[in-house]
Design a protein around this ligand. Structure first.
Ligand SMILES: Nc1ncnc2c1ncn2[C@@H]1O[C@H](COP(=O)(O)OP(=O)(O)O)[C@@H](O)[C@H]1O
Ligand SMILES: [Mg+2]
Length: 576
């Protein structure tokens, strides 16, 4: 992304706050104008009061100065407050935009991008951009206006000297350009590094049990330390450039000012200029020099802000794979069939995971999907809520292609229970009611009861109000699973997808969960993926998936008689 593109897009983000920005800029121009006026007042001070001994002016000038400071102060408050406000608004808007974009991105994006890196973009990159927007850009604007005002003063006072200083001023800016590119590069490395460090934190804190169990603390510490060292090195590089650029700019400026003092002083001695003009000129020049020096300081902030903006816009530009058509229709309550017609799907190009699947699921049916792991069962189930889109063929619900439906109407008719329970660090009550907006306390109790979860929930210290820890860490596997079943029961969706919902459980809790699932399956259309064949004994029909192909289909007895893959799986599980 070029600077121009980034600035254009940032400008787009600023658009809603344009009127506030204009007010701020007017305030800024006024403040900068008064800055110039202060420099200008050095001339009457010296020439009229000290040289010509004008007493009246001596009474007026200090009062005028007070008035200038007062007005300047008021406008300073107005513009700096407004600019900070706009900067913070932009940051708030960007954070919300990134988060809502993330919520819409497809699953495959998350399979490719580490969570820690995404968190780092919302937290760190946006903060860096905030630095650039609310401090650096603002100062640049203010300094630019000040520079113009002060330039006017120096040209009025002595145009020849002014022309001379025009040669030195740009020279002082040379290091800014030289270091700019370096700042930008270092900053990109730094942000990437922060992303990786965040990711290590996210993974190892989340996986702390495995880290401990495999005695990997030392290795993880080394991995983290290496990343932090990299961060340190990068930061020190930036510090080196920043510390170098400041004295270099100051020295260049110093050379200029030294020459000007010499030439200007000569002119005053020769009598071609007054002391007042010269001092006023010098005051303006020194004041002029401040903003130029400032530019070098904020240059690094701006460069890292631009690098951060690039990363933020890149993320916002990741296309949404699963999008609703503009004329998407609302799926009426499910009443007939789900149809897979010649469905093929691949995660990576040219490596199909599903090959021309043909399948019909009728209303009220319990369809079991079995087969060796990696056969494509989960992938098949994930097509239903449109977590992925088919590559070829069609997937229809009641004759509507799922791609023609609104995502909300499709997904609200599905309840999903997976092997990996997803619970939030909230109360039992909120976890069960997740996604069911208008439910009463009674509904929640009834769902918990049907999920065989009421007993253990009532034994928790605060019952339904107990906070269950991150991912439900304070519950057992079976308890977690029953809470997620209660959630599905409460959602009361006509179509149910159970993806190895009991595989992670011991026999005792499996029996309870199995009963809970039977309650859940009543009067619903169910796609049940199971590892253990015992859990699918009440299925109406069974399909066998192997290496992405639907290889067998029928009832338990039919499949046993077919002497195929199913019989093999059956024999293996009941060997003893
Ligand atoms: N996000 C993914 N990206 C790439 N390949 C994947 C992804 N998820 C699953 N696969 C591959 O797709 C195949 C089917 O996986 P899956 O549907 O999970 O099988 P099952 O649920 O039957 O065990 C496997 O070979 C797996 O490696
Ligand atoms: Mg699976």
């Amino acid at each position: 992304m070029t600077n121009k593109e980034i600035v254009t897009r940032l400008y787009g983000v600023l658009t809603p706050y344009r009127s506030k920005l204009v007010i701020a800029m007017v305030g800024m121009v006024i403040v900068a104008g008064f800055n110039a006026a202060q420099a200008y007042m050095v001339k009457p001070l010296l020439d009229e009061i000290f040289v010509n001994k004008d007493k009246v002016l001596l009474n007026i000038l200090p009062l005028a100065l007070l008035a200038i400071f007062l007005v300047k102060g008021v406008f300073y408050f107005i513009y700096s407050y407004l600019l900070e406000w706009v900067g913070q608004c932009v940051i708030r808007d960007l954070r919300n935009r990134i988060y809502s974009h993330l919520n819409r991105l497809s699953l495959s994006f998350f399979h490719h991008t580490p969570t820690g890196e995404l968190i780092s973009r919302i937290v760190n990159d946006v903060t860096l951009l905030q630095g650039a927007v609310s401090h650096a850009l603002i100062r640049i604007l203010r300094d630019f206006v000040s520079v113009i005002g002060l330039l006017v003063v120096i040209f009025i006072m002595d145009w020849r000297l002014a022309c001379m200083s025009m040669i030195f001023l740009p020279m002082a800016a040379a290091p800014i350009i030289i270091f700019g590119k370096k700042f930008r590069r270092v900053s990109t490395t730094y942000q990437k590094s922060v992303g990786e460090a965040t990711n290590i934190l996210h993974e190892t804190i989340g996986g702390t049990r495995i880290v401990k169990a495999f005695c990997m603390e030392k290795q993880e510490e080394k991995r983290f330390a290496a990343q932090i060292q990299h961060l340190f090195d990068t930061l020190m590089k930036e510090t080196k450039y920043r510390c170098l650029s400041h004295p270099m700019i100051e020295f260049m400026g110093g050379v200029g000012i030294a020459l000007i003092i010499w030439f200007g002083g000569m002119q005053v001695l020769k009598g071609t200029s007054t002391m007042g003009s010269f001092m006023s000129f010098l005051a303006a020049l020194i004041m002029l020099y401040e903003p130029v020096k400032g530019v070098s300081k904020i240059n690094s902030t701006i460069q890292s802000g631009l690098a951060a903006a690039t990363r933020i816009f890149e993320l916002l530009d990741v296309p949404l794979e699963i999008v609703e058509k503009p004329d998407a229709i609302v799926l009426p309550p499910f009443h007939d069939t789900i149809t897979f017609k010649d469905v093929s799907f691949s995660y990576e190009k040219n490596e199909p995971v599903l090959h021309r699947i043909n399948l019909r699921i009728h209303r009220g049916e319990i369809l079991a999907v079995v087969g060796p792991s990696g056969g494509g069962k989960t992938t098949l189930a994930n097509l239903l809520p449109r977590f992925h889109d088919v590559d070829e063929g069609t997937l229809q619900v009641d004759g509507h292609d799922v791609r023609d439906l609104t995502l909300h109407s499709l997904r609200s008719q599905l309840a999903l229970v997976t092997q990996q329970t997803i619970l939030f660090n909230d109360t039992v009550r909120s976890n069960i009611a997740y996604g069911s907006r208008d439910c009463t306390e009674e509904d929640i109790h009834r769902a918990a009861d049907a999920a065989f979860a009421l007993d253990f929930i009532e034994q928790l210290p605060d019952g339904f109000g107990t906070v269950i820890g991150e991912s439900g860490a304070r519950l057992s596997g079976g308890q977690r699973q029953r809470i997620s079943i209660a959630r599905a029961i409460l959602k009361d969706a006509p179509i149910l997808v159970l993806d190895e919902a009991t595989s992670a459980l011991d026999t005792e809790s499996e029996r309870k969960v199995q009963k809970a699932l039977e309650n859940l399956m009543q009067n619903r259309t169910t796609l049940v993926i199971a590892h253990r064949l015992s859990t699918i004994k009440n299925a109406d029909r069974i399909i066998v998936m192997q290496a992405g192909h639907l290889v067998e289909e029928g009832t338990h007895d039919q499949l046993l008689q077919a002497h195929g893959v199913y019989e093999g799986l059956h024999k293996m599980q009941y060997a003893d």
